[in-house]
Design a protein around this ligand. Sequence first.
Ligand SMILES: Cc1ncc(COP(=O)(O)O)c(C=O)c1O
Length: 236
Amino acid sequence: LSFHVGSGCQNPHSFAQAIADSRRVFEMGRGVGHDMSLLDIGGGFPGVKGSEPEFEEMARVINAALAQDFPEGTGMEVIAEPGRFYAAPVCVAAVNIIAKKAVLQPGRTRSGCSESGGHRKLLYYLNEGHYGTFRSFLRDHVPRMPIVVKELCSKPPLFPCILYGPTCDAFDKFFNKEVQLPELDVGDWLIFPSMGAYSSVMSSTFNGFPPATICYMMGPELRYLRRAQGSELGPG
Ligand SMILES: Cc1ncc(COP(=O)(O)O)c(C=O)c1O
């Protein structure tokens, strides 16, 4: 028997409910003579560090539910199919600002105030967007903040910003909300970590934009491993 609570599960108790339902299905299956011995609890685990709920919290709820409904010693095998959890951390996306527009909104104060008392909002257009690598972002509950690749003063003023992709389509946005970022310029880079899941595989070439370039990098630990195994690698 297998289930999937939904990718990017927000509520660990969905697992507990599905495990309790599975127990009833097991009982029904066994009741009509099926050999019910495997429970597959699917995916749905987080892929980004610090996301809520955390993996450990989910594991606690799942272990408690399994202990209650499928206690050890009953000869049952339990497996999972984590997708995002394994795939997300191995990739980062680097996007470049290709255009920028500043708009002045009257009447609001707080961060981003201009000298005239208005409210400065920045629109950044990036070389990748909703129709490329970032398709899943509009479904995220909380915007994923990028790392800004620029030398800035220690506490730069932040502005409400909207991040757009390059296609000129109205839906080509990273998030439906504004995010707070410093003032950046055309040519600056933003880095989004944990982009190995539901990213390039969901991209299209809409409006003629080619798929993102993928660069493979090897960390020093892997190089040493390859050397130890006898395949010598050149510098870099
Ligand atoms: C059957 C099945 N198992 C596992 C997964 C992986 O899910 P996740 O990436 O949420 O862990 C998926 C994703 O769609 C799926 O359809």
